[in-house]
Design a binder for this molecule. Structure first.
Ligand SMILES: Cc1ncc(COP(=O)(O)O)c(C=O)c1O
Length: 488
């Protein structure tokens, strides 16, 4: 049991009084919240290595003063109705509230002091079109369990630190040959750094390239997860519009951007519009980057899923001038809680990234890295991707057909040829909030696209994820949405 109170057996204050004071302070500061259960006197006495009678004496004092209450058969709790004037400090802020101005945060901390940070907590509704989640029920969990057990049994090293913050060497080898094979990425194992998902990759890149006020060009609309990392580090963001061929590179080239250091793109499947950056634009972007010295971040988060069209090779594979940092993740092809992704960086930058990773968190979980190495080298990864590609393709087609059937020309669909989501524009006079509310009342959760725009966003655009839903959920969900929103 963890219960953060401190007592000093050498102090002159009797022990029961010390326990009483510690608990009272914890209640007054909000560290122990009203209604929170306290450990039993026996458990707390064992934890503090003091007699049970001492703890009982402290509890009784707090009970008599109204700080605690007992509920018969349930235990001892912090009193739910503490008089307001008893609380001399505000209770600890819940995650969604900004902290008060008296707290002196760093610039980074202040940039996170935003109560809209978790803007769209997903309501637990019957049918959830939220994007980015793979089909969890199709993941070969028994196989994964076996691989974990194999390494738990035979590999005591899984418990230890490693000196290799860049990641487990055989995993880096496996990833480099997988990327060469499937994405035409040109790299050696030494260029690969295993990170805690794309999000940590973005965080490390930003730390290493961005000082406060430096510029980063981003896609408009673009991935909110990246934008937030950039803003938190104090970058100035410059949104560059996208069209059906991806980032409008000419608009980037003709913009005057002070201290531009990075360009963030999702060329294989632009987030969220689904556009694919055309080959001429890829070449134009690379030539411009070489000339200006600006580094490109290529976020290749779900390129494994392309339907009916040949995949376009990664931008990194076309690069002749060390202008690209390639970022990949296992969140979509396996599962997001794995928190494993990878960076492919120009060789001369690899040691600096390794040090940054070491400072950030030493290393990713070794057990997960060992299991993943086997998963890749034994062929399970590519088999799983093939299966999921055909499953998601069916689900995608079902979604497109249902949308056209139920909404007719009241919907425009974009970006449906790749990935695990598509984007729709619903042609109605209702505002986004009203559309979301009507869907919620019908038991359907949908996510608006507007938070992904930095500037003024178009109305009535939504991102619909389909990978996690079966076909009957998709048809039922679209039918309910259409009825609730456009009355069809
Ligand atoms: C554009 C983009 N990049 C990366 C990710 C994946 O992030 P992570 O690897 O941190 O789970 C997502 C998730 O939705 C995404 O939309």
């Amino acid at each position: 049991m963890d219960f953060a109170i401190t007592i000093d057996p050498q102090a002159s204050l009797p022990l029961h009084r010390q326990v009483y004071e510690e608990l009272r302070q914890a209640i007054l500061s909000g560290r122990l919240a009203p209604g929170q259960k306290l450990p039993s006197s026996r458990t707390l006495s064992q934890f503090l290595s003091i007699s049970r009678a001492t703890v009982t004496q402290s509890y009784e004092q707090l009970l008599s003063e109204g700080y605690l209450e007992t509920i018969l058969g349930s235990g001892t709790f912090v009193c739910r109705q503490l008089p307001d004037d008893l609380l001399n400090t505000a209770p600890i802020q819940p995650a969604s509230q900004p902290v008060t101005s008296s707290v002196s945060l760093s610039t980074y901390g202040q940039n996170l002091n935003d109560k809209a940070f978790f803007r769209w907590p997903e309501a637990e509704l019957e049918i959830n079109f939220s994007y980015g989640r793979p089909a969890f029920d199709r993941f070969p969990i028994d196989l994964w369990r076996k691989l974990l057990a194999r390494h738990c049994r035979s590999n005591p090293g899984v418990l230890d630190y490693t000196v290799y913050s860049m990641g487990y060497e055989p995993l880096r080898q496996a990833i480099s040959s997988y990327l060469a094979r499937s994405r035409a990425v040109q790299c050696h194992t030494e260029q690969i750094i295993i990170v805690g998902g794309s999000q940590q990759g973005l965080d490390l890149i930003t730390r290493l390239f961005i000082d406060r006020g430096d510029g980063i060009a981003i896609e408009e609309p673009g991935y909110l997860g990246a934008r937030r990392v950039f803003l938190a580090q104090g970058a100035s963001l410059f949104p560059i519009p996208v069209d059906r061929s991806g980032l409008i590179v000419n608009s980037l080239k003709t913009s005057i951007i002070a201290n531009l250091k990075l360009v963030y793109v999702t060329p294989s499947h632009q987030f969220p519009t689904g556009a694919v950056l055309s080959l001429p634009r890829r070449l134009e972007l690379l030539t411009w980057a070489q000339k200006t010295g600006v580094m490109i971040i290529e976020d290749d988060y779900d390129s494994e899923y392309r339907y009916g069209e040949r995949p376009i090779p990664a931008l990194q594979g076309l690069d002749q001038g060390n202008s690209v940092i390639y970022l990949g993740t296992f969140s979509k092809v396996l599962f997001p809680a794995l928190r494993l992704g990878y960076l492919v960086v120009p060789q001369n930058l690899a040691p600096i990234f390794a040090r940054a990773k070491w400072l950030a968190d030493r290393q990713c979980s070794l057990l997960a890295q060992y299991a993943l190495t086997d998963f890749i080298t034994e062929g399970h990864l590519e088999r799983h991707i093939r299966r999921m590609r055909s499953l998601y393709d069916q689900r995608r087609q079902t979604l497109v057909q249902s949308l056209l059937f139920h909404f007719g020309d009241l919907v425009t669909i974009v970006g449906e040829n790749a990935g695990m989501h598509l984007m729709v524009k619903i042609h109605t006079h209702l505002c986004d909030e009203e559309i979301i509310q009507r869907a919620v009342q019908a038991g359907v959760s949908i996510v608006p696209a507007y938070p992904n725009y930095l500037k003024a966003s178009p109305r009535n655009e939504f991102i619909l994820g389909y990978a996690e839903l079966n076909e009957s959920q998709i048809t039922e969900g679209v039918s309910r949405m259409a009825q609730a929103i456009v009355g069809n």
